[in-house]
Design a protein around this ligand. Structure first.
Ligand SMILES: NC(=O)c1ccc[n+]([C@@H]2O[C@H](COP(=O)([O-])OP(=O)(O)OC[C@H]3O[C@@H](n4cnc5c(N)ncnc54)[C@H](OP(=O)(O)O)[C@@H]3O)[C@@H](O)[C@H]2O)c1
Length: 288
């Protein structure tokens, strides 16, 4: 039985991208509810600082961390292995880490970094942990997408969006994440594991103000950051989907402000979702 949204004790939750922003606020929220929280990001010092801060604010000592660079498939395999060496159960996986990028760069695997982190990493990590999610059922997969997916398109001749603008490529990666969420939900139906995607709102985090962020987002962030939602508010839908009994059994859905809503028409194209799954298997060499 899923526990009430106020009590997550005994539930093991892994959240990626927890050194700042929405991911850190989500970890704090779930830690406050008593969950065992595993923080994942690539910078160990920043992760330790986040874990210490969360422990201090919540008095919850069950805050663990695993260092992983989600742009590297080897690192994602190690993350899954490190997790398995320590834990037998995973009740909530929140694929939250993400980025925007002005310039295209290649990951160590020779894959566009934005595509690798925003889309392929959730695909690979979720599939590597799917058996432990299944034995932990009822369990939940929560994918932090964006309404930016509405500007996205899937072009199988340019699946990594190498020919696209910075904003276009971001939208493409989030559209791919929605397509993945819905295809995954169809595949895991009846297992007790659910998969949903969400838009967190426009949130005053670092995502738009890194030196590597697109010029346009840096500009918007500089002018309008004070008017954006706080990370705590931006984390609410992730926390809701991870913990609320209101969404027991809900799967293959898209949520904004903790309310189910429709994502773009393109995101529901099952034939595109199936083909994207096959391409993703090839790119990650994972057999699902
Ligand atoms: N903020 C918004 O308005 C907004 C709107 C829609 C959707 N979103 C989505 O919300 C999610 C969280 O973003 P945020 O706004 O909270 O941004 P953020 O403050 O920049 O946080 C992003 C997190 O992802 C981590 N990350 C980035 N690249 C990584 C990699 N290669 N390996 C491991 N971790 C990595 C970052 O770690 P480092 O510290 O190492 O960089 C950081 O912890 C993203 O998926 C984003 O697309 C945000």
């Amino acid at each position: 039985m899923q526990k009430g949204s106020g009590d997550m004790s005994g539930r093991v939750c892994m959240i990626t991208g927890t050194t700042s922003g929405i991911g850190k606020a989500t970890a704090l929220g779930l830690a406050k509810m008593g969950a065992t929280v595993i923080l994942v990001a690539r910078n160990e010092a920043d992760l330790r600082a986040a874990a210490d801060d969360i422990k201090e604010k919540t008095a919850n000592e069950s805050i663990d961390l695993i260092v992983a660079d989600l742009s590297s498939q080897e690192s994602i395999h190690r993350l899954a292995e490190d997790f398995r060496n320590k834990y037998q159960h995973l009740h909530v996986l929140i694929n939250n880490a993400g980025l925007t990028a002005e310039h295209k760069t290649l990951s160590v695997d020779g894959i566009d970094t934005l595509f690798a982190v925003n889309y392929l990493a959730p695909f690979l990590l979720t599939n590597l942990l799917s058996d432990v999610l299944k034995v932990s059922a009822p369990s939940r997969i929560v994918n932090v997408s964006s309404d930016g997916h509405k500007f996205g398109r899937i072009d199988f001749d340019d699946i990594q969006s190498k020919k696209r603008s910075a904003i276009g490529a971001y939208g493409d990666s989030k559209l791919a994440l929605n397509l993945f969420t819905y295809e995954l939900a169809r595949k895991i139906k009846g297992t007790g594991v659910t998969a949903n995607a969400l838009h967190p709102g426009v949130v005053a985090t670092n995502i738009g103000s890194h030196d590597s962020s697109p010029f346009i987002t840096r500009f918007i962030w500089k002018l309008f950051k004070v008017f954006m939602s706080s990370p705590d508010k931006g984390a609410q839908t992730s926390i809701f989907l991870a913990s609320s009994p209101d969404v027991d059994g809900a799967s293959g859905k898209y949520f904004v402000k903790s309310k189910e809503t429709r994502s773009s028409k393109r995101s529901y194209d099952e034939s595109v979702g199936q083909r994207l799954w096959q391409v993703s298997e090839e790119l990650t060499k994972v057999s699902t």
